[in-house]
Design a protein around this ligand. Structure first.
Ligand code: MN
Length: 289
């Protein structure tokens, strides 16, 4: 039997705001003060679930830059059309994941999909920011379009399963290539199910309850948009669901380097941030065509 992790702290969303006119988000870190405890992860916005009326004009976030990290978009309901200055574009449909390495810099837009915009409906999505080590922050931008058919699902006993987006779980390997060792699992549990999750000791680990009711390491958590930080010690955690639940498990080796961040730029020093602002305004991160 593996030694069990314990819950260190539980957090509510620190802010609730709109990103552009398409993403009504609850921010699960860092607006609530959770920061280096969850390195290499930098930010998590939970958008929706929210109903949108049919519209002719796509809603979303227009042209904006990123440098120094990766943006990971996980679509649950509704779709996102994406276009960037590196020439990539596509639609992220429910179940799909987009793993974009901004690294030295990209400019992109993220809008509701055209068909979703016209039809309206419920929109639900997560955007996660993953830091890069200093040595990779100025590497070439990269883009991984991960469709749902490429994401392995691992059964965790009756009524519980995990989609392995990145990392590994019980021998199933996630399709996302990452710069540092980390796991991202999309976990679905039906009421009454129980899952034992093997998680590395020494890593930073969080379980995000998107919605439902669960007991994690003996502590009850229910409702929506909750974050449980787990201890570094221990090699497993037990999750029991008392209602149908949707969770996201994040675990990774911390990047122990200074973080300087300003809006869409996350670097190691103030000077690198100032350079990023200058490079963006000089068009060095490209422009949308
Ligand atoms: Mn963006």
């Amino acid at each position: 039997m593996n030694t069990q992790k314990s819950i260190v702290s539980v957090h509510e969303a620190g802010s609730r705001h709109w990103v552009g006119d398409g993403f009504p988000v609850r921010n699960l870190f860092p607006s609530n003060g959770v920061g280096t405890e969850i390195s290499p992860f930098l930010m998590l916005d939970y958008a929706g679930p929210a109903a949108f009326e049919p519209s002719e004009k796509p809603r979303g976030v227009e042209e904006h830059p990123h440098r120094g990290f990766e943006t990971v978009t996980i679509a649950y309901q509704g779709s996102v059309d994406h276009r960037d200055s590196a020439g990539n574009s596509g639609t992220i449909e429910p179940g799909d994941v987009q793993w974009m390495t901004a690294a030295s810099g990209v400019v992109h837009e993220e809008m509701h999909g055209r068909a979703f915009t016209r039809q309206g409906g419920v929109f639900e999505m997560v955007q996660l920011w993953v830091n890069l080590p200093a040595k990779d922050k100025m590497s070439a931008p990269k883009y991984q379009s991960i469709t749902k058919d490429r994401i392995p699902a691992v059964a965790l006993g009756e009524g519980a399963s995990a989609r392995v987006i990145a990392g590994e779980l019980n021998g199933a390997r996630g399709p996302a290539a990452t710069f540092t060792p980390l796991h991202v699992w999309d976990l679905s549990m039906s009421a009454g199910s129980k899952a034992e999750l093997p998680l590395p000791a020494g890593c930073n680990t969080a379980v995000v309850l998107l919605r439902g009711a669960v007991t994690i390491a003996g502590k009850a958590l229910d409702g929506e948009a909750k974050l449980a930080l787990l201890s570094k010690q221990g090699e497993a955690v037990t999750v029991e669901a008392s209602a149908d639940s949707l969770l996201l498990v994040l675990s990774g080796e911390p990047i122990n380097e200074p973080v300087a961040s300003y809006g869409p730029f996350v670097m190691n020093t103030r000077e690198e941030i100032q350079q990023a602002v200058r490079d963006y305004h000089a068009g060095k991160m490209g422009r949308l065509g």
